[in-house]
Every structure is written in structure tokens, then in C-alpha cells.
Design a protein around this ligand. Sequence first.
Ligand SMILES: Nc1ncnc2c1ncn2[C@@H]1O[C@H](COP(=O)(O)OP(=O)(O)O)[C@@H](O)[C@H]1O
Ligand SMILES: [Mg+2]
Length: 242
Amino acid sequence: MEYAISARGLAKSFRGREVIRDCTLEIKRGEVYGFLGENGAGKTTVFKMLLGLLKPSAGEAAVLGLDCVRQSPEILRRTGSLIETPVFYEHLSARENLEIHLAYLEAIGDPEEALELVGLQETGEQPVAEFSLGMRQRLAVARAIVHRPEVLILDEPVNGLDPAGIHRMRELFLHLNREEGITILLSSHILHEVEQTASRIGILTHGRVAAEVDPQEIGKDFPGGMEAYYLQVVGEGGTGHE
Ligand SMILES: Nc1ncnc2c1ncn2[C@@H]1O[C@H](COP(=O)(O)OP(=O)(O)O)[C@@H](O)[C@H]1O
Ligand SMILES: [Mg+2]
């Protein structure tokens, strides 16, 4: 079967230190997959490899069946992404930033609609330089969805948002998934956040996905729920892979 996102034996070393090793990931179309891991676990590193921004030391990865390492422009057009601290044209408005992004991708989309979906419709001509951290994060999400991608790769998408903003984003992600069938891979270091959104959670620790769970089911097999389970997996550094 063709996965929306797949990785096999993925590894990455920085100056001889192996940060990701033998990471395997298989995400089906239509899933909301939560990538959970402590700060420094390697979430961003994996996402960068999926988007062709970092070259793996070993292994292979594909998005929509397209090889990530070859950096196919088609991957960029068919995915939307938000990685770490997003960079914008500071002197331009939110709408102008989205228009430039669409032109760069040679894609069509509706900037006004995307801004409305993230709650930035009132910003008008205000330059991004004047935006708060939360507003920038919302704009980053708008940029990730403006061309209506098939797959969304969102690295800590609710960082810097207030509780109402987090709620709104969560609703938006679920809407995009359910109504438009967009496959979503999102990362977080906050258990509660992933638990609320994801239909499947992969726990990244010691360089690989050490466990995968359905957050709805975990309570049945594991008294103490997701948190107790997570702490056990992270504490033990994996389950049965070695
Ligand atoms: N460009 C880089 N050069 C050297 N080390 C890096 C680089 N990028 C990430 N790392 C290291 O890789 C590890 C994983 O980082 P990262 O993927 O950012 O983790 P996460 O996103 O889960 O917080 C960290 O120890 C970090 O210091
Ligand atoms: Mg990160």
C-alpha cells in the first residue's frame, strides 16, 4: 500500500553523534498522527528529513510515494509544512506573504480564506514585523494550508499560542482532516496536546519510534492512561526493539 508518509531505517548523525537511528514510520492517508517526544528527542530532525531539508545518514523516506531525499518539487506542492521558527517577509502583510508563497509554489489558493481559518482576517495591511508570537504561529499555519495540501507536516504547531488559540488550532486541524481528508503529522513535546488531536501517537525516544498507540484505547490496556504509558516508554528507552 502507498502510505501518505513512510520512513524506513532512517538515521541522522550530527558530527558523529547519532540523533536518529533506525526510525520507522508508516502513516496512512487520512490519519492524524502525533509525534511525541521530549525536547531534543529529534522530532524536528525527522521532519526536516521528510521535507528534504536535511539529508539522512541512512535509510529512506517517502511522502505520497515521492522520495524525500531527492527533494521533489512535487512534495512541496502537495504538502504543507511548518518547521521550527517560521520566517516571513517582515515588511509585508499576512496576505502578501501568502500570495508570495503561492507564487513560489506555482499553486492556487485563497489567502483570505486561509487567514480566516486561523483567525487573522482582521490584520489587513499590518506588516508581519508587528505581529505577536501567537499571530506569527497562526500565519505559519495559514501558509501551510493555503494551497490545500494533501499532507500537513506541522512541527510543534501550537507553540506560543494562548489557550483559546490552541483550541482554535485543534478544531482547525480536525476540520481539515475530517472534512477535507488531509493527512496530518504533527509533533509536540506536550503529551496532552497530542492526545487531544491525534488518532495515533508515536513516541520518539532514543532516536526511534519506540512505541505507537491509539490514545482512545490506551486506558483499556494500561491503567493510569497515556501519561503513565508515556513515562514508562521514555523512561525505559523503548519496548522490545533491541
Ligand atoms: N544542525 C544540527 N547540528 C548539530 N546538532 C543538531 C542539529 N540539529 C539538531 N541537532 C541535535 O539533534 C538533537 C535533536 O534535535 P531536534 O530534532 O531539534 O529535537 P526536537 O525537535 O525533538 O526537540 C538535539 O540534541 C540537537 O542538539
Ligand atoms: Mg523541535
